[in-house]
Ligand binder design. Structure first.
Ligand code: SF4
Ligand code: SF4
Length: 557
């Protein structure tokens, strides 16, 4: 029986929590879930050796590349192809042997006896799919729940899922050529820690904050990678309605992939549109310089089946969040990198010729739609550039409060909360947003305060880094702590990147974060209570939008 509770939409029933029967709510089958568990387990084994090799002066970047990439494939709504995981498991096993040898050689060269490791370092994956599936329950996150209890398993899950989120961001930076030994070493340490099967709750919660701190470094690295590669985000008016002509839709989060597609479709008479979390790409100077980057169509991941069905060209999924492709477009959707769906064409050599051919063969848009636009591009470079204006507006009482309403979207109706908060935030407040949760309200009219737009789209979910920098700058300007600012954070979480961001905010000591629509299932009441009291954190579930707004506004500038 499979068990997975890594995302917000996990099954919650009187019988218990977690997706335990296939398919999970996301559509993941038992085989894929089990193989993902084995792959995750092997990543810990690789890290056990990699950490020790590094301590001997042998840091192997390819090993870390594989750890991040492999973990990324196991995030919610990323890869559903069991056969892909069989290959990744075989590769993981080989890579673990290689780093083990490197470690042992280095140890002997230094006259030391290599440690004999246990746990994931020794796990031998079977050769056949059938046997692998028999092994899977022994390495599932809940394998020892009967002996250890749900608190221990939940604390381990918090660390592991946070690390999956970190891996996704690290992978986006790595494909742009940005990597940091400090990040790699810390990731190996955390995975090695998990491999030791920890049971001390307080120690594990400390370690989860370490994941948050690591994620801050990784988000910063990705910010530098994006900015160095494509320039700093600029305030940009993006078209969100189609124009006549052949068309390709690019979804997901990977700006590097989008750049490749734009380059290869140059002068081919094809318009490229972004979708979902790729929207912020339109604000980067070196991406928007391509005249055939025509704008953004559609919104959050959960609407993709309808939106992709209506799109008259090929669709490329560069990273999360893919859901089961509808029949009407399954033969014109392509996956890249960590993403996969059985029977969907996968491009792994950077050659987008099949996509271009499909775009030429498909009708494209036959007429221009009525022009509609939204404004984006409020990354930290933009916002800190007008910090004086914002500080003045606060000092003069023109801006009373800041709301950060961001994160992942999802299907649950309880997520209307985030729309209600944004729409009902008073006229003298500013709403900052990021992630695909913004699609709930980013086409609404918010107006401006003395020329400062009331809705500031900071970018992708990793651009939480920008939000943190802006909050830090405001705190400095007002000579107070971030917790003393008239700032409320409403975080909509769905998958493991949101977990990583949440841990980053907790690691910074930010209090009173409203998280929803439900608490992560792995955060047991004991863990929540410990996080709140031990770290003096005020972590709240989202409540009723109007009441939460009133409470927030009681704390004004
Ligand atoms: S990823 Fe989420 S929906 Fe999918 S099986 Fe796991 S908990 Fe369930
Ligand atoms: S913000 Fe989260 S839910 Fe939204 S598309 Fe990105 S990974 Fe998926």
């Amino acid at each position: 029986m499979m068990f997975c509770y890594q995302c917000e939409q996990t099954t919650r029933s009187p019988a218990g929590i977690g997706c335990t029967s296939e398919p999970g709510t996301c559509g993941k089958d038992e085989a894929t879930a089990g193989l993902q568990d084995i792959l995750t387990h092997l990543m810990k084994g690789i890290a056990q050796y990699a950490r020790r090799a590094r301590a001997m002066g042998v840091a192997d970047r390819h090993t870390d590349d594989f750890i991040f990439y492999g973990l990324f494939t196991t995030l919610t709504n990323v890869n559903f192809t069991a056969t892909r995981f069989v290959h990744l498991i075989q590769e993981a096993s080989k890579r673990r042997e290689r780093i083990k040898l490197l470690y042992e050689e280095a140890a002997r060269e230094q006259g030391k006896t290599p440690e004999i490791l246990s746990g994931p370092a020794l796990f031998q994956p079977a050769d056949s799919l059938e046997q692998l599936l028999r092994q899977a329950p022994s390495v599932a996150i809940n394998a020892d729940v009967e002996h250890l209890g749900s608190d221990v398993i939940g604390a381990r899950a918090l660390i592991l899922y946070g690390m999956k989120g970190v891996a996704a961001y690290a992978q986006h930076a790595r494909v742009l050529g940005y990597q940091s030994d400090e990040v790699d070493a810390q990731a190996e340490e955390i995975l090695d820690y998990l491999a030791s099967n920890p049971t001390d709750l307080d120690e594990m919660l400390e370690e989860s904050l370490e994941v948050g701190r690591l994620n801050l470094k990784v988000m910063e690295l990705l910010d530098v990678a994006n900015t160095d590669s494509f320039g700093a985000q600029e305030i940009t008016s993006v078209r969100i309605s189609p124009i006549q002509g052949k068309a390709i839709l690019v979804s997901g989060h990977d700006l590097h992939d989008l750049k490749q597609i734009l380059e290869q479709t140059k002068d081919q008479g094809i318009n490229v549109y972004t979708h979902g979390e790729m929207l912020p790409a339109n604000a980067y100077p070196l991406l928007k310089a391509y005249p055939h980057l025509a704008g953004n169509l559609g919104g959050a991941w959960q609407d993709q089946q309808r939106e992709f069905a209506d799109f008259p060209g090929p669709i490329v999924m560069t990273s999360n969040c893919i859901i089961e492709p509808g029949r009407s477009y399954k033969n014109r959707i392509f996956t890249l990198g960590p993403v996969g769906w059985p029977g969907v064409r996968h491009i792994d050599n950077g050659d987008f010729t099949p996509v271009i051919q499909a775009a030429k063969a498909l009708p494209g848009f036959t007429a221009d739609a009525k022009e509609q636009r939204i404004t984006i591009g409020f990354g930290h470079h933009t916002l800190l550039g007008v910090a004086d204006k914002i500080v003045d507006a606060v000092k003069h009482g023109d801006i009373r409060h800041f709301f950060l309403v961001g994160g992942c979207d999802g299907v649950s109706p309880a997520r209307n909360y985030f729309t209600e908060v944004a729409d009902n935030a008073p006229a003298d407040s500013v709403v900052m947003t990021l992630g695909c949760g913004k699609y709930r309200f980013n086409k609404h009219e918010f107006g401006d305060i003395g020329g400062i737009p009331r809705l500031l789209d900071i970018g992708q979910c990793n651009d939480a880094h920008s939000a943190i920098r802006v909050a830090g700058a405001l705190a400095e300007a007002f000579n107070c702590g971030v917790n003393d600012l008239p700032l409320s954070i409403m975080l909509s979480w769905f998958e493991q990147k949101a977990t990583a961001i949440h841990l980053s905010l907790l690691a910074l000591g930010i209090k009173g974060i409203k998280l929803g629509p439900t608490l992560p299932a792995y955060l047991t009441p004991t863990l929540v209570q410990k996080l709140q009291s031990r770290f003096d954190l005020d972590l709240d579930l989202i409540g009723e939008a109007q009441a939460d707004l009133q409470t927030a506004l009681a704390h004004t500038a």
